[in-house]
Design a protein around this ligand. Structure first.
Ligand code: FCB
Length: 442
């Protein structure tokens, strides 16, 4: 059935549960000649980094089509729109505001306000200005202070137009994919780099929280973390230990410092040169209280013990999406419940969830039944977590529209709206219609 439904008494059918759609600057904007270079421009220009050899120069041309896109968002009936700000568009190399870039976002924010759509703004969704990377990027502690200055200037410039600020999107991806295994920008490798970058990212988050709290006390300020829950392949104790190590390494590493003011114990098992450079006071800065936690969830991972490493990840099996990620919705509620048990969580928003499907457009229609099913199962899983007592206030579909899927280029489609990159025509998919019906029937 091309419908998404929830139990009649579900909290998620209340009007005050926030439904939204999400995007990120580099993935949709284009307009690259109107901003400074970022690490993704440089990364895309290297050989063998992006599967289809593409880049973000035009993307969905949202830079020129934003008015139509806001109209499209409104037509879906959502309560909120999660977007990110391109740091290299709004801050000059000397650290001043670039008014033209700021005005671009103010235009969007004003239009959202006019339409009563809440703006959930993420300050960093991976597009680090290249000149900062040239100085060491997230391996350089100074970048955290540069981020704080940017957060300070932009939150003053946006005034009261923003409902919620997230400092970072998925610091795990920036640190691990970007500085440890090098499959994302800036393409740096080495275990000793990943955890150093992670610490500076978390420090940047904490430093930015203090200025957001001061400049924008009425918005909900927090961070967006992604989780890929770690399951042992079976109940053998060495496999359970391996999965738990992987969980600490990939997931808890980014949340524990925020709520418990410390890194997971496994840090002691890592070689000394892989420890972050923690200076006095850092953990207090990182654990600044947050008003909300954004959680991104797509899939789980399965692990077993390894002879020469801390763990070994198994190839996903079962039902996979087009990007090769296992569809395993029960991990979603299990994750939410377990985080709620482990930490003293503030209100939670699901800031991303969705599926890559090999969509086909036929006579102006995209019948993405698999995506509808994915949303159906995952929304039910969120509902279950709420029933188990987790305070979840909203849900954002990733993504509003097909876009530049990082190292996969334009080959993987996550949108609930189809984008024809030749004509830039947008077509609402069946999942978009189903999402709209769910929201408007509340
Ligand atoms: C998340 C990213 C988002 C998108 C989805 C599929 O990790 O935050 O930009 O690429 O994955």
């Amino acid at each position: 059935m091309n419908k998404i439904s929830l139990p009649k008494n579900s909290q998620m059918l209340k009007k005050d549960f926030t439904y939204g759609v999400a995007t990120a600057s580099f993935q949709i904007e284009g307009g690259a000649n109107k901003r400074l270079l970022c690490i993704w421009d440089t990364f895309c220009a290297k050989e063998n980094t992006i599967v289809d050899g593409s880049n973000g120069e035009i993307a969905c041309d949202h830079y020129n089509r934003w008015q139509d896109d806001v109209e499209l968002i409104d037509s879906l009936g959502v309560d909120a729109y999660r977007l990110s700000i391109s740091w290299p568009r709004v801050i000059t190399e000397s650290g001043k505001l670039n008014q033209a870039g700021v005005d671009f976002y103010i235009g969007i924010l004003n239009e959202l306000k006019k339409r009563n759509i809440k703006a959930f703004v993420t300050l960093y969704h991976w597009d680090l200005p290249q000149h900062l990377e040239d100085n060491g990027g997230w391996l350089n502690r100074d970048t955290a202070y540069k981020f704080q200055q940017y957060a300070d200037l932009i939150s003053k410039a946006f005034g009261g137009l923003v409902y919620s600020y997230a400092t970072l999107n998925e610091p795990f991806c920036s640190a691990y994919l970007g500085y440890e295994i090098g499959v994302h920008a800036p393409g740096i490798k080495g275990r000793e780099n990943g955890k150093k970058a992670a610490h500076h990212l978390l420090l940047a988050h904490g430093l930015a929280m203090s200025v957001l709290t001061k400049n924008s006390p009425n918005s909900h300020n927090g961070i967006v973390l992604n989780f890929t829950p770690a399951y042992p392949v079976d109940s053998k104790s060495d496999n359970i230990i391996a999965a738990s190590f992987a969980d600490d390494y990939f997931n808890q590493w980014y949340i524990k410092p925020i709520f418990d003011s410390k890194y997971p114990e496994i840090m002691q098992q890592l070689p000394q040169d892989c420890h972050p450079d923690i200076q006095t006071g850092d953990m207090e800065i990182i654990s600044h209280p947050i008003d909300f936690l954004g959680i991104n969830f797509y899939t789980r991972a399965v692990y077993k013990a390894s002879d020469d490493d801390y763990f070994e990840e198994l190839a996903p099996s079962g039902k996979l999406t087009d990007i090769g990620w296992e569809v395993y919705p029960q991990a979603f509620s299990q994750l939410l419940v377990s985080l709620n048990e482990r930490y003293d969580l503030p209100p939670v928003y699901i800031t991303e969830n969705g599926a890559a499907i090999d969509d086909e457009i036929v006579e102006n229609e995209v019948n993405d039944q698999d995506r509808v099913d994915y949303y159906q199962q995952h929304l039910l899983s969120v509902n279950q977590a709420i029933e188990s007592g987790v305070d979840i206030r909203g849900y954002f579909a990733w993504s509003l529209m097909d876009n530049f899927e990082w190292a996969e280029g334009y080959l993987k489609r996550f949108g609930i709206v189809y984008v024809d990159y030749e004509s830039q025509k947008r077509t609402i998919k069946s999942s978009g219609h189903a999402y709209k019906t769910l929201i408007s029937n509340r």
